[in-house]
Design a binder for this molecule. Structure first.
Ligand SMILES: [Zn+2]
Length: 151
């Protein structure tokens, strides 16, 4: 951060400059030559990267190239078929939800489907199968038991 402060002295943004001049009247602005060292390789790495100029256009080109390469290699993992079974769509997000068992009728219910309305989890909600009034506290998780026999 000493290096960052030294750089700011050379080219402060207007807000920072006004704030410092209010706190320290008579401050002299101009480039500083900071010599930075640290015993920690990680700290030295961080200091180097905070204080080394970046070619923003080159960075953007390289980031775009990597993203395109990843899209080409892994993009299929984020595709799904629409309900028409023909056209493909891109998955923006996936919601994982608990599955519970209704204590009244014994049917499984997906928590997200029955308890979330307009993005808010409801304290009470109804069982879509039997209509029983439910709350998350009163539900048991549905379990799937898989037995494997190893020889
Ligand atoms: Zn039920």
């Amino acid at each position: 951060m000493t290096g960052v402060a030294a750089q700011f002295c050379g080219r402060p943004d207007a807000e920072f400059k006004a704030q410092i001049e209010a706190d320290m009247p008579g401050v002299k602005w101009g480039a500083r030559r900071a010599v930075l060292c640290d015993l920690s390789p990680a700290a030295a790495f961080i200091a180097y990267n905070y204080n080394t100029p970046v070619d923003v256009a080159e960075f953007e080109r390289e980031a775009r190239r990597i993203l395109d390469e990843m899209k080409e290699e892994c993009g299929w993992m984020y595709e799904t078929r629409h309900t028409d079974g023909k056209t493909k769509g891109r998955i923006n997000y996936t919601v994982w939800s608990d599955v519970f068992v209704c204590p009244e009728c014994g049917k499984e219910l997906v928590f997200w489907d029955v308890a979330v309305k307009d993005g808010e989890v409801q304290d009470k909600f109804g069982c879509p199968k039997c209509g029983a009034d439910l709350a998350k506290k009163s539900l048991d998780r549905a379990m799937e038991v898989v037995l494997r026999h190893f020889v």
